[in-house]
Ligand binder design. Structure first.
Ligand code: PGA
Length: 256
């Protein structure tokens, strides 16, 4: 953990407006505002307004949406645009999450267009990259991750890339209880870091790279301590207020 860590909760398709409000009410007293940590919630779009209202008194809590469409507006039933997300009060957008890629067939070209759209609206993309178990076993982890990274960022200026966040989420670790070890995570994070520095120069060293995939209160501190791991993106364990508060405080000595 080498800079202000980012703790991001991806609720996926869980917690409607009432449950989301109850969650935030339970979580906030458990989590003191900390200047040195960035906590971001990614609620489902339909719960966004409820979470926004419930966190109004806590500007330390940041909000994002889980997905946006590549286009600005139009006949795209069920979709949300980046402009709408900005208008609703979002600051971040998840782009290219593995469920978007593998369940909904989102292509790398679409991830690139989404990143561009997100930046156009003054939002920060959290670009997710990660290999499947088959790709890892074939020794393709590095090439897959770098291809997703380069393509996803390809429509952004260097300035926008410097503001972005990257999340490394090995597909085999998401929702499976099978976490990458801190060493496994660090190895891929170093590859991503080197690519970012090659792309935008020295300032690539400060772009946050989050790890995601079965992060829990039990393993969060060790992952956050790994080389080049600047935060975590958490699904399942972010759905329980006490667990999420424990992850948000992971690695902090009691009394600090
Ligand atoms: P998980 O999900 O923590 O439930 O593995 C992580 C993610 O998909 O962002």
């Amino acid at each position: 953990m080498h800079q202000r860590p980012v703790l991001a909760a991806n609720w996926k398709m869980n917690l409607g407006p009432s449950a989301a409000t109850a969650f935030v009410r339970a979580f906030l007293p458990l989590h003191a505002a900390r200047d040195e940590r960035t906590v971001i919630f990614f609620p489902p779009a339909i719960s966004f307004a409820a979470v926004h209202a419930a966190t109004r008194a806590r500007p330390d809590i940041r909000l994002g949406v889980q997905n946006v469409h590549t286009d600005e507006k139009g006949a795209f039933t069920g979709e949300t645009s980046a402009g709408m997300a900005a208008d609703a009060g979002a600051s971040y957008v998840l782009v290219g999450h593995s469920e978007r890629r593998h369940v909904f067939g989102e292509t790398e070209a679409e991830s690139a267009r989404k990143c561009a759209r997100v930046v156009e609206h003054g939002l920060i993309p959290v670009l997710c990259v990660g290999e499947t178990i088959e790709q890892r076993e074939r020794g393709e982890t590095e090439s897959v991750v770098l291809h997703q990274l380069r393509t996803g960022l390809s429509a952004l200026t260097h300035e926008a890339v410097r503001e972005a966040i990257i999340a490394y989420e090995p597909v085999w670790a998401i929702g499976t209880g099978r976490t990458a070890t801190p060493d496994d995570a660090a190895a891929v994070h170093r590859v991503i870091r080197a690519a970012l520095v090659r792309l935008v120069g020295e300032s690539g060293a400060t772009i946050p790279i989050l790890y995601g995939g079965s992060v829990t209160p039990a393993n969060a501190a060790a992952l956050l301590a790994a080389d080049q791991v600047d935060g975590v993106l958490v699904g399942g364990a972010s759905l329980d207020a006490a667990n999420w508060a424990a992850i948000c405080a992971a690695g902090i000595e009691p009394g600090n």
